[in-house]
Design a protein around this ligand. Structure first.
Ligand code: NZQ
Ligand code: ZN
Length: 379
């Protein structure tokens, strides 16, 4: 096992109808709270009104309208509002886009806006910004793990840019599975795939004898397979959804990957697919991952085989036949959730691959020949 340090200060408040506890977890000296939410789901469900009735006049402002794959220019507007209100606490209500956007504003509003874009584009937000507003989360979409990690992804023009800072761990996150009942089916599927891929990008790398981490990953992956389709077909089955919510949080709160090598090339390619063609994050991963494994089959051979045996019970046949079957089973799992797994399913082909490759090259991401091989295998 590799050396590691693990730190995670986020308090998780898990369960139904616990929002009244906001009163005690928003710090008592935070009297200027700004609510941050997306494009309508949290208003339509009545969640924003419930929060307002709990926090009352401690709320001094609201910033809504954050779009999926939150855009830098939107967040600059939010930062102006936050500063005009002299906010001392941000409360994010939504999915990964709202949570990531809130984290970015928590950092950016403490900094010179004019220089922020340069920091974002050069991945230096976490290194250069040394203070942030405190924030909390009410998570409405199980997928990204943003509710219990210190990362975020922000879009700008033709790219998506990652940042990470321990200053933006949420102080608390409310995970109420019943708040996810209103999710459209396709967002539930996106979330299942995103969580699944967060686990495999840490697990299918190299064996470092991290046995507990391996078993924890395998348990989570098997759980996602067991409940994935079930929670889509029975969206208001509380216990099934509760399992999805907790699996998604665990998949990317840093705990599983401690002491192990990680390989985020699937996300790198997926983000460019989203940046160029607006394909949802989860859907982009479903296209990229089967192709990535078929190209990286030698490099990842032992780990794909272990994954296949322990997660999909694939034990018969020679190694290459088994790897083919394992990749096929992963593809079928994604497709069983109603998500497409090839470019051609989106009417995309070689021309679109060239556009994505140009984007990757522009931002110096990955190795051009390897990127090409994977993307062409995904057609
Ligand atoms: O904007 P509203 O109206 O709220 O609608 C959203 C949005 O249209 C809707 N939604 C959310 N909760 C709902 C709901 N609709 C009905 N009922 C609810 N309870 O769902 C749509 C998608 O929301 P979004 O937040 O964009 O989805 P997701 O949670 O999948 O987040 C995706 C973003 O997270 C980033 C992605 O790159 C992408 O920008 N990621 C963040 C990570 C992190 N912070 O660690 C890691 C991930 O790998 C990922 O990159
Ligand atoms: Zn992801």
């Amino acid at each position: 096992m590799l050396d590691f340090e693990y730190y995670n200060p986020t308090r998780i408040i898990f369960g139904k109808d616990r929002l009244s506890e906001l009163i005690s977890v928003v710090p008592s000296d935070s009297t200027k709270v700004v609510l941050v939410y997306g494009q309508g789901s949290a208003t339509r469900s009545g969640l924003v009104d419930r929060v307002k009735s709990i926090l009352g006049n401690r709320i001094v402002g609201e910033f809504s309208g954050i779009e999926a794959n939150p855009h830098f220019s939107t967040l600059v507007k939010g930062m102006k509002l936050i500063n005009d209100c002299e906010a001392d606490f941000l409360l994010a209500i939504g999915g990964g886009s709202v949570m990531d956007g809130t984290k970015f504003m928590a950092l950016g509003s403490q900094y010179e806006y004019d220089d922020l874009l340069e920091l974002l584009l050069s991945y230096r937000v976490g290194d250069e910004i040394h203070s942030a507003l405190p924030l909390g989360v009410i998570c409405t979409l199980p997928a990204t793990g943003s509710e219990m990690n210190s990362g975020g992804v922000i879009s700008h023009e033709d790219g998506k840019f990652y940042f990470n800072s321990p200053l933006v761990f949420p102080q608390f996150s409310f995970l109420d599975p019943s708040l996810t009942f209103t999710l459209p089916r396709e967002q539930v599927a996106n979330g299942i795939i995103d969580a699944f891929v967060h686990i495999i990008e840490g697990y299918v790398t190299k064996n470092v004898e991290a046995r507990f981490q391996d078993r924890a990953c395998e348990g989570l992956l098997r759980t996602l397979i067991e409940i994935g389709r079930k929670t889509m077909d029975n969206p208001e089955d509380y216990d099934t959804r509760a399992n999805l919510v907790w699996c998604s949080t665990m998949a990317l709160n840093g705990m599983l990957a401690v002491g192990t090598p990680e390989d985020w090339r699937g996300h790198m390619l997926g983000h460019m697919l989203t940046a160029c063609y607006g394909i949802d994050h989860g859907k982009s991963l479903a296209v990229v991952m089967p192709a990535l494994w078929s190209v990286a089959r030698d490099e990842k051979r032992d780990r794909i085989l272990q994954f296949g045996e322990r997660v999909f019970d694939v034990t018969d046949g020679d190694e290459d036949m088994r790897i083919d079957r394992i990749i096929e089973k992963m593809r079928l799992f994604f497709e069983s959730l109603g998500v497409k797994t090839r470019f051609r399913d989106y009417d995309m082909a070689q021309d679109e691959v060239e556009v994505i490759l140009t984007g990757l090259e522009k931002y110096g991401q990955g190795h051009p020949e390897w990127n090409r091989e994977v993307l062409e295998a995904a057609i």
